[in-house]
Design a protein around this ligand. Structure first.
Ligand code: SF4
Length: 403
């Protein structure tokens, strides 16, 4: 159970960030913002994949004009991403965005920052101070020699002071770094220094799988320490993958309720009675679109499968040309191996509709016996990996001789 660090709460449109609000998922569009329909299509795809908030670049006047049409039609709050030109922040506010991201490294004039903050304050729009190691304030780079964690935090605090001086505290902060240990350290320092909600991310993480691993390592480490109120995976990939990954990480950490499928599968081994990779990937494809909030297990053998995956809502294990379908570890049906995926899909739908008790009550009464017989046969052929009496005796013998 993760105990989250208490932060101030702000609201990005309808989405609360910080305090006791659930950790939210963010992503960013890759379309030209002036392409209103293309950008909206991507915003909808991101929202469908789990993004609670979407950021859109506002890098030219046409982009700000596009935002004026996108914001009222968006299913989620929109944050305008601003670099260099503070006037575009004012234009984005006029377009109705629910949040701004300012980069302290490239909007450096105090008067400009304060003008934006006052306008945002009048409109009740929060600002993210988005420090990025790759575009750090030149003065701080000179002072520290490189983009070390202290430099990132100093940049964020300096910007926060500008905003506070005009009574603007509707703030969240990020201190992103592409180096995972530096990113983690930057956020730890920042978390000790402020009560503002924090937006976590490893910047320029790159394409999967490396980008995913870096993001999970950095964001996951901090979330486990209770640090972080909203997250973004910065992947060089379709942004839908970012939203899915962010959402999944929060679900796996128990920070958000499971919204969709959680497919678990054994890694396979010499005992496998089926091509686990193939069955798991077909099951993933078949079940993914169903939107069922269940955990499904695909296990390579009936010897260990149902027992090892007894926490899963439903699963299937292979044994001697058959698929053994189980619910909460209890085998309820035995089907031909060629029908494993179809049977899993069918039973998953029924389970979601009727519930565990009803489906256990509807179990094929012979299924448990067939499964037990197959298991015994396989154990005889292969040996019981977990409970072989012979192995236990040998282990005891070795231990006795060593003592
Ligand atoms: S469930 Fe069976 S096949 Fe899969 S890893 Fe375990 S022992 Fe091997």
């Amino acid at each position: 159970m993760i105990t989250r660090r208490k932060t101030n709460q702000i609201k990005v449109g309808t989405v609360p960030v910080g305090g006791d609000a659930p950790v939210s998922v963010q992503s960013m569009t890759t379309t030209k913002t002036a392409d209103v329909d293309g950008t909206l299509a991507q915003v909808y795809a991101l929202a469908g994949a789990g993004a609670d908030i979407v950021r859109i670049t506002c890098n030219e006047v046409e982009a700000a004009q596009g935002l004026a049409e996108i914001v009222p039609r968006s299913p989620v709050p929109i944050v305008a991403d601003i670099h260099f030109q503070y006037r575009l922040a004012l234009a984005a506010l006029e377009a109705g965005v629910q949040g701004l991201r300012l980069n302290p490294g490239n909007i450096r004039k105090e008067a400009h920052i304060k003008t934006v903050a006052m306008e945002a304050g009048d409109r009740g729009v929060p600002i993210r101070i988005g420090v990025n190691a790759g575009s750090l304030d030149k003065d701080l780079l000179e002072k520290y020699g490189s983009a070390v964690p202290d430099a990132l935090v100093e940049s964020a605090l300096k910007e926060a002071r500008y905003l506070e001086e005009v009574d603007f505290t509707d703030i969240k902060i990020s201190v992103k770094h592409s180096n995972v240990p530096s990113m983690v350290e930057s956020y730890r320092l920042l978390s000790d220094a402020v009560d503002y909600p924090l937006h976590l991310g490893v910047t320029e993480a790159g394409p999967p799988p490396g980008g995913l691993i870096k993001s999970v390592a950095g964001i996951g480490t901090l979330l486990n320490e209770g640090i972080g109120d909203t997250i973004r995976f910065s992947l060089t990939a379709d942004p839908v993958e970012e939203a899915k990954a962010g959402r999944s990480l929060l679900e796996y950490l128990g920070l958000r309720e499971r919204k969709g499928l959680d497919l678990i599968a054994c890694p396979s081994c010499g005992r496998a009675e089926v091509d686990v990779i193939d069955v798991a990937s077909r099951a993933q494809t078949a079940l993914e679109g169903e939107g069922l909030p269940i955990q499904v297990a695909v296990m390579g053998c009936v010897v260990n499968g149902p027992g090892e995956a007894r926490e899963a809502d439903i699963g299937i294990a292979a044994g001697k040309g058959k698929g053994h379908l189980f619910i909460k570890g209890q085998v309820v049906r035995v089907v031909p191996e060629s029908e494993m995926v179809e049977a899993l899909l069918d039973e998953a739908r029924r389970l979601a509709e009727e519930g565990v008790e009803a489906r256990l009550a509807a179990a094929d009464e012979n299924a448990s016996d067939v499964a037990a017989a197959t298991r015994t046969q396989l154990v005889e052929i292969q040996g019981d990996a977990n409970q072989s009496q012979e192995r236990r005796s040998r282990v005891a013998e070795v231990a006795k001789n060593r003592s």
